[in-house]
Design a protein around this ligand. Sequence first.
Ligand SMILES: [Zn+2]
Ligand SMILES: [Zn+2]
Length: 436
Amino acid sequence: MVKRAASRTTSTAADAATMAKVPRKIKNEIHDEIHDEFSSSSLSNGNIINPTESSNVGKIVKKVKKEMVAIETMKVEKGESEEVKVVVKTEIESTAVEETDDDCEKKVAKKIVRKTATKVKVEKPAWSESLKAEYESIGKSVLTSVGESQKYLGAHVSASGGVENAVYNAMAIGCRSFALFLKNQRRWDSKPIEEASIQSWNTAIKETGFDLKMIVPHGSYLLNAGSPNAELREKTKASIIDEIRRCEKLGIGLYNFHPGSSCGKCTMEESIEYIAEIINEVIEETNDVILLVETMCGQGNTVGGKFEELKSIIDHVKEPNRHRVGVCLDTCHIFAAGYDIRTAETYEKTMKEFENVIGLENLKAVHVNDCKSVLGSHLDRHENIGKGNLKTCWKFFMDDSRFDNIPLILETPEGLYPTEMIKLYGMDKKNKEAVV
Ligand SMILES: [Zn+2]
Ligand SMILES: [Zn+2]
């Protein structure tokens, strides 16, 4: 007695039509054979079962069609999130043609089963039911709170399981902008982005209507364009080019990275020149993505703790390339670097300084983080909005039109993004006026 594999799944409609023409008993035999084989075989392509003989078949079948095809599917989990479907195609050619009344015992039906197994990547459901439900309950309430605000708040979201998931994850919590990693941020090598992934991304963008201009991928943590080590700079350049090409494939126009560090082995000025050199080379080898250098907290030998350093990087970029470089301001980083923004006066003084030194035309995105560490500590400690030392700055920030219509991305400790966004939109004077 052959046992059926428990994991059998249904055939497609076309296959069902083919199978309907096959007598039930043979159908069962085929099923059993397939599933029996499944449990023992290694699922290698082109696996052929030896021709089998069965005297039973001849009694039942008058004429068996020559090329019957049965397709069975089985789902196999592979790796962390990649789902693979194994399609098994079974062709049966039969020589059991005639049944004779007088001597049917002598007529032996010969059944040849040829089985091929191919692995096909399963198309993942686009906008999953659970994320859709989250959007209905959470995302929508965040988006309702936007009101009259011109601020495009969002968060750094996960792209685990495919870049398209970042779009759905962002929508689910009501983001109007978002950041993501385009590959493992702690590894140099990464497999190329697949065509299927690009298609899924395009579907996600279309389905959610997300504005591509509000997406700012974050560069790998391993990059150091300011290193005096030529080998590390080469690796950094190759990695940035790879990430920029991914952006191009996905239709993303902004890319943000930490400028780098001299590691104490060269001067700050030399490090800045290295960074600008890499930016120039990357720009010349890619099409149109804008590279954003981030304001840093000036820890150790890190470049970017002072507005002047970022301006100097931009100035070192060749004039024809300069329209492709900009700055991402991180509120936590500038505070830790020593720029106070806690009172109306200090806030205005710092933002004016940014305007005068770097220039508003270079401000392309913001990392919206409260800060756990103190002013000028040079310690990078992100905190949830309203819980850190910057709690008094948010009303100035939300009322500051310099930050209108650009991506404003939360990188705060995870889990509170929707509440933080609602809280911030509530501080926008445009909304307060609308209520009054
Ligand atoms: Zn940041
Ligand atoms: Zn940081």
